[in-house]
Write a protein that binds this ligand. Structure first.
Ligand code: SOE
Length: 380
């Protein structure tokens, strides 16, 4: 087995999710590559050391530039706030490193274009962590659509609802709260949550042609954790948009962090000529499927428990009936990345797919400003 030395930057929520995936992947998937946890990089040396000990990283760096210069690191995994992705990724590509980057790829499409150009010039393997594509039930949805089971698609309906920023006392900026600071995040729910919905939607239903959006910032000012001052809030707290897909189907997308009672309610429903499907992140191992071609007397929504060996990824886990969860989507993404390295068929979403999503989120934010329908640029 070939060793693939990982240098991870950032040790927050995603640092843990990715590290867990690197540690587990070879226990469950037969692969030609093995990730080796070489180094974790973070500005705070004590925290980085504690993380390295907990997860088994062999060394610690406090400057990402040093990490990128290291000959014993093959792959840079970027788990830092959005405003740092472009600079790190472009430098890593120039140093010839493979790059796995957290979503969204960049603050905006302009930055993302430079990242795509850098990885293409350096010819380095690259991928963006849109992990929900790797939930077995979502992959089953993809299979059903690609097999034509739904027929012509008329509607796509997606939502991502949360409720964690309702309090006006919640500060913005700094550790854990950078998602509320527009300088670090680029946008609010559009780049953080709708980007997931858009990535899945374009994977399942093709490219988005145009969008018409509205956004709102409900809490206009919040104390900034780093400056200690009350500052204007620049992110969108909520966003809803209409979309036309290139295949002619119509869509609605909605996201908010102000839906009391919902923590991470990502759902999508797709209605086709023959059949419909529905998926819900809170019940992620299930896919609901309605097929109009079933015999009338027994026709109805099927609630498919995706845990059988002939369903996506499941032969690698337990026995039929025993489900898996959120963290496994990251294990699957690493498994597919490593398999792609071995067989020369790179796993996706790659940086170009990440750019396509950034084009869509840029168009959504533009439409919210102009009040007009906006065309979505296509990644060439
Ligand atoms: C925000 O709360 C967040 O953690 C996103 O940043 C993730 O991408 C999403 O998967 C869950 O919610």
């Amino acid at each position: 087995m070939k060793k693939l030395n990982i240098g991870i930057i950032g040790y927050g929520f995603m640092g843990r999710a990715h590290s867990n995936a690197y540690r587990k992947v070879n226990h469950f998937f037969d692969l030609k590559y093995q990730p080796i946890l070489k180094a974790v990089c973070a500005r705070n040396a004590d925290n980085a050391k504690a993380f390295a000990e907990k997860w088994g990283y062999a060394s610690v760096e406090t400057d990402w530039r040093k990490l990128i210069e290291r000959d014993d690191v093959d792959l840079i995994d970027i788990c830092t706030p959005n405003n740092t992705h472009a600079e790190i990724a472009i430098a890593a590509a120039r140093a010839g490193k493979m790059i796995l980057c957290e979503k969204p790829l960049a603050l905006n499409a302009e930055e993302a274009e430079k990242m795509v150009a850098a990885v293409e010039k350096a010819k380095v393997a690259n991928m963006v962590w849109y992990n929900y594509r790797r939930c077995p039930a979502v992959v089953l949805a993809k299979q059903l659509i690609d097999e034509g089971k739904l027929g012509r698609i008329f509607h796509y309906r997606a939502k991502f609802l949360q409720d964690w920023t309702i309090s006006p006392d919640l500060p913005q900026g700094g550790a854990a709260l950078w998602r509320l600071d527009v300088k670090a995040a680029g946008s609010g729910v559009t780049g953080d949550l709708l980007a997931h919905c858009i990535d899945t939607a374009m994977w399942l239903n093709g490219s988005i042609d145009s969008v018409s959006a509205m956004t709102e910032t409900f809490i206009k000012e919040r104390k900034h954790q780093l400056t200690g001052k009350v500052e204007k809030v620049g992110i969108d707290d909520a966003c809803a948009f209409l979309a036309r897909f290139s295949n002619g189907s119509l869509a609605t997308f909605e996201s908010t962090r102000y839906a009391r009672g919902h923590k991470a309610l990502y759902t999508f429903e797709i209605n086709g000529e023959h059949a419909s499907i529905f998926w819900d992140l809170h019940d992620l191992h299930r896919l609901q499927y309605f097929d109009h071609r079933d015999e009338g007397r027994v026709r109805g929504w099927r609630n498919i428990h995706v845990s059988d060996g002939d369903q996506p990824y499941m032969k690698n886990w337990w026995v039929p009936g025993l489900q898996i969860g959120y963290e496994h989507s990251f294990v699957h993404q690493v498994a597919d990345f490593l398999a792609g390295l071995a067989d020369g068929k790179p796993a996706r979403p790659d940086f170009k797919d990440g750019l396509a999503t950034d084009y869509a989120t840029d168009a959504v934010l533009k439409s919210a400003r102009t009040g007009q329908w906006e065309k979505v640029k296509k990644a060439k």
